[in-house]
Design a protein around this ligand. Structure first.
Ligand SMILES: [Zn+2]
Length: 425
């Protein structure tokens, strides 16, 4: 099939690719599985032998593009600059200093760098929290799907009022495109007053967009909410934004406010009291290497999964993580938690993130009808014949990325050197 007369876009013929292991995620891995693509979409996922492949990629894993459900691209300039600190407020001080001094040019350069790195690591769906929504213009043009969460801050009544107004204006002026959708991120319980959480949830409901909230990240946050004391009090006073009256009473109260209205991404939840009652359209976002670098207590993701709660992976920002690779997060967990099956980890790195971000009908797994978004990863030799082991017991990087049926050229992903240093565990 060539170009069809009268249509603006040529309709590509269907083509079939294969590789040693195809991981649909919605089903078990297929040895020498076949994936057929027409235009931007997947039209078939089949076991070997059903047809002849047009492209044989060899000893590789064919995976859905990775989903990074939580990052802050505008902090990419902080890589290696403020190593995670046992006391969260000490680390936050450094981030605030950077934020306050960054010029618009620096912010744009940071978003570009983070985007380029995300693409190189095979991310085809990204949830980005952006101060002022600044990453929108770049993400709306980038070869990946995204949700840009407009960050809201306001513990005092005056800051909350301004933040709500600004968020409303931003939503009015940023309708969803076919690859980029808006969301709201009332930042965290220590920076957002209880009634602003409620207003943000109602606004998100009106605009049918998701929420992302950093929740129960540290013991100090719980101390602040429960007793209005601890290091956050001095930190917030120092910034001139303290208002103890505005604080929510506990993380559960915030969960209840948010997820009764809209799908909510509860980011970190390191100290979420269990059993937490969550609505089925909420997701816990776990950032394994950042969690580890801050020295938190073990993350309750196993218990959450056992309780039927969806958990998806994020990298968080380069201010706390060595890179923006979801594959690296998955491999880190594989080594830390050998009891967790490979298929569970891969789902957390793909489909669960797509469900959290509201993109699961379009991407996140290899199924007919979804966009052909793929990450191709060379498979380690000699790592046994278990396909998950060959993928995860390895340091081989993403080799190629397909977005909506087209290979992304390395040049499109930017000219930054691939960062593989391991400055944090
Ligand atoms: Zn974050």
């Amino acid at each position: 099939m060539g170009k069809i007369e009268g249509m603006a876009q040529p309709i590509a013929s269907s083509w079939t690719l294969t590789g040693r292991w195809l991981f649909p995620v919605s089903g078990p891995p297929l040895l020498d599985g076949l994936l057929t693509i027409a235009g931007e979409r997947i039209v078939g996922v089949e076991p070997r032998g059903r047809r002849t492949a047009d492209v044989d990629l060899g000893e590789v894993a064919v995976l859905p593009g990775f989903v990074n459900a939580h990052t802050h691209l505008d902090l990419s300039g902080l890589r290696g600059q403020c190593p995670p600190h046992a006391e969260l407020t000490a680390w936050l001080r450094q981030v605030v200093v950077y934020r306050r001094s960054a010029t618009p040019e620096q912010i744009e350069a940071d978003v570009r760098a983070g985007l380029a790195e995300s693409l190189r690591h095979g991310t085809t769906l990204l949830g980005d929290i952006a101060a002022g929504g600044t990453s929108w213009p770049l993400l709306a043009e980038a070869p990946l799907h995204s949700v840009v969460f407009y960050e809201m801050l306001g513990l005092t009544t005056e800051r909350a009022r301004q933040s709500l107004q600004a968020a409303r204006t931003w939503l009015e002026t940023h309708p969803a495109t076919n690859r980029c959708r808006p969301g709201l991120s009332p930042h965290a319980p220590y920076s957002v007053r209880a009634d602003l959480f409620a207003q943000a949830a109602l606004l998100a409901r009106d605009y049918t967009c998701p929420l992302a909230v950093h929740l129960a990240e540290s013991r100090e946050e719980l101390e602040l909410l429960h007793y209005q004391r601890g290091p956050f009090v001095a930190f917030l006073k120092e910034l001139g934004v303290w208002d103890g009256e505005g604080l929510a009473s506990c993380p559960e109260a915030i969960m209840k406010i948010c997820d009764q209205h809209v799908p909510t991404l509860l980011v970190h939840s390191n100290y979420l009291p269990l059993p937490a009652s969550l609505s089925p359209h909420s997701t816990i976002i776990y950032c394994p290497r950042t969690h580890h670098a801050f020295g938190h207590a073990p993350h309750p993701f196993r218990q959450l999964l056992q309780g039927g709660i969806r958990v998806a992976l994020g990298t968080d920002s380069l201010a706390s993580n060595p890179d923006l690779s979801i594959l690296a997060e998955m491999r880190f967990l594989y080594r830390q938690c050998p009891d967790v099956p490979g298929d569970v980890l891969l789902r957390m790195a793909t489909l669960s993130g797509a469900e959290a971000l509201g993109w699961a009908k379009e991407t996140g797994s290899l199924e007919a009808g979804k966009f052909a978004d793929l990450a191709i990863v060379p498979l380690a030799s000699g790592a046994g014949c278990n396909p998950y082991q060959r993928l995860l017991d390895s340091d081989l990087l993403v080799e190629r990325v397909l977005y909506r049926g087209r290979w992304i050229e390395p040049l499109e992903a930017g000219s930054l050197e691939l960062q593989t240093e391991k400055s944090y565990p």
